[in-house]
Design a protein around this ligand. Structure first.
Ligand code: PMP
Length: 283
């Protein structure tokens, strides 16, 4: 693979980052993951807007547009001949001697790499995900997309050990989100119910696109928190993320959702999300 580090494209084996990088020592870094299908980027502008916001919230002085991030994404897709998969981008505050006090004049470090991966035809899209619930023990600025991913990574591993696919995290009796996705349900009246954006969850790009589409179709969208019991009794449930798109959830803590198979609303939303994304890929 050819990767990108601080201004240069090079083979992954030759790429390096300082051991004093703030991303390595403090997870003082933000990231984005953008899907690639048919060799084109999905919703790049929205990812760049969220990146800009994450950087501003942490006071990392870096301008994505000035840095030409779109061209770097394109070049990396081209050099790796990537048709389907993702581009990972990470920006840290930069390199400084280890101190809790943040440096004021560090030069942000920028790394990007691609991962080839099937996104369109996946077993999970066909058969659905089995979810377990766990307390949400992350920090309280989940709206900033930082690389502090230890807890979600532990939760994903726990799910795997228990024979499930993923975790939905719960706080104050309500579902916050998945380990790396937003959580949604379809209630008995056909409405899409999903937690409103706040500092409690990541403002998912896929979530926003799906809500727009669902509103356009005239189906109800209710932004409110829901409990695990409500999700278990829902007609359908699903997750959204840049790489999972819209993926059905068919069991929560062992309780089947609906008839235990992916439902029609989820299938329709997934198909539409993919069609819509395909029609506006960025090359
Ligand atoms: N929540 C969390 C915690 C995530 O890590 C992700 C994926 N990065 C999402 C939600 C989904 O966001 P997006 O649709 O922008 O990928």
């Amino acid at each position: 693979r050819i990767v990108y580090v601080n201004g240069g494209f090079l083979p992954e084996a030759s790429a390096s980052l300082s051991i004093f990088d703030r991303g390595v020592l403090f997870a003082d870094a933000v990231y984005e993951v953008t899907a690639v299908i048919d060799g084109g980027l999905v919703d790049f502008d929205a990812h760049q807007r969220r990146l800009r916001r994450s950087l501003a919230e942490l006071g990392i002085d870096f301008d994505p547009e000035e840095a030409g991030l779109l061209d770097i994404h394109r070049e990396l897709i081209h050099r790796n001949d990537l048709r389907e998969g993702l581009v990972y981008l990470q920006i840290s505050r930069g390199v400084a001697d280890r101190s809790f006090l943040q440096p004021t004049n560090a030069q942000p470090s920028v790394i990007l790499f691609t991962q080839a991966q099937s996104l369109l035809d996946t077993p999970a899209a066909e058969s659905g995900l089995s979810i377990i619930t766990q307390p949400d023990k992350r920090w309280h600025r989940r709206d900033i997309k930082t690389t502090q991913l230890l807890y979600p990574s532990m939760m994903k591993t726990l799910a795997d050990e228990r024979g499930a696919h993923d975790v939905w995290m719960v706080e104050g009796g309500h579902v916050t989100e998945g380990s790396s996705s937003n959580a949604h349900i379809i209630t008995a009246d056909g409405s899409l119910v999903t937690r409103p954006i706040s500092q409690d969850i990541l403002h998912g790009i896929t979530r926003a696109a799906v809500l727009d589409y669902t509103r356009e179709t005239g189906a109800g969208v209710v932004e409110r928190a829901f409990t695990v019991a409500e999700a278990q009794g829902a007609r359908e449930a699903f997750i959204t993320s840049a790489t999972a798109f819209v993926t059905p959830v068919t069991a929560i803590d062992g309780v089947p959702i609906g008839d235990g198979h992916p439902g029609p609303a989820t299938r329709r939303i997934r198909a539409h999300y993919i069609d819509h994304s395909r029609s506006r890929l960025q090359y």
